[in-house]
Design a protein around this ligand. Structure first.
Ligand SMILES: *[C@@H]1O[C@H](CO)[C@@H](O)[C@H](O)[C@H]1NC(C)=O
Ligand SMILES: *[C@@H]1O[C@H](CO)[C@@H](O)[C@H](O)[C@H]1NC(C)=O
Ligand SMILES: *[C@@H]1O[C@H](CO)[C@@H](O)[C@H](O)[C@H]1NC(C)=O
Ligand SMILES: *[C@@H]1O[C@H](CO)[C@@H](O)[C@H](O)[C@H]1NC(C)=O
Length: 183
């Protein structure tokens, strides 16, 4: 009696095969071909004070210290992105995200940002950028972790550097070079 339970019946094997078949069929694999590499340079304009500020400090660990490298201070940005470094250069989108002073000694700022494109070519596509940048390092590097639209599955890195800084106007421009692979 016991041995007849251990030997699977033909019917049971057929049911198993059918079940496995269904399981395999519910997964599908498509060959996307080769990844393409895209390099792009863009400029992010930061207006950090005044009525039209595009960067705002949204929280500080203590009410009386809103200094940029204070551990835990958090900024939110919705900065214009252009093709060239001049403020009136062609607009290609917005850079929206948070910058948090993430190191206790002020040596790092964590960036989590979406570049939201609004050009005809990349309309509605985004790049998701994340990483730690040392505020005193001239050129910082963060990663491109993914993307949407034309940049689905994007992966790569971005280097950026402040190329213009006007303290009196509370305005700065950063140059970003993005290198990524995507389908
Ligand atoms: C993109 O830039 C990298 C260096 O960051 C270079 O090695 C690569 O050849 C460039 N690719 C294209 C497609 O221009
Ligand atoms: C802020 O933006 C408004 C609306 O675009 C504009 O009229 C105003 O001149 C701007 N103010 C400053 C200080 O740039
Ligand atoms: C961006 O790339 C250009 C051309 O290769 C280079 O001159 C510039 O220094 C780079 N800037 C950054 C921030 O990586
Ligand atoms: C720049 O920021 C400083 C400090 O917040 C402020 O006192 C000054 O009025 C700002 N200048 C402009 C042009 O917005």
């Amino acid at each position: 009696m016991a041995s007849s339970i251990l030997v699977p019946s033909t019917k049971l094997l057929m049911m198993l095969a059918l079940l496995l078949g269904i399981l395999i069929c519910s997964e599908s694999t498509i060959d996307h071909g080769f990844l393409q590499e895209t390099n792009m340079t863009l400029y992010i304009h930061d207006y950090f004070s005044g009525p039209n500020a595009t960067t705002i400090a949204i929280s500080s660990p203590s009410d009386d210290s809103w200094i940029a490298d204070n551990f835990g201070i958090m900024y939110y940005t919705d900065n214009p992105v252009t093709e060239g470094r001049e403020p009136d250069s062609d607009r290609i989108g917005r850079a929206q995200g948070t910058f948090v002073s993430s190191a206790m000694d002020g040596s790092n700022s964590q960036v989590v940002m979406s570049v939201v494109f609004d050009t005809e070519q990349y309309q509605g596509s985004t790049l998701e950028i994340q990483g730690a940048g040392n505020p005193v390092q001239r050129v910082k590097e963060v990663s491109v972790v993914s993307g949407t639209g034309q940049f689905r599955y994007a992966r790569g890195f971005a280097t950026f550097e402040t190329v213009y800084y006007d303290r009196a106007a509370n305005y700065s421009v950063a140059e970003w070079n993005i290198t990524m692979e995507h389908y």
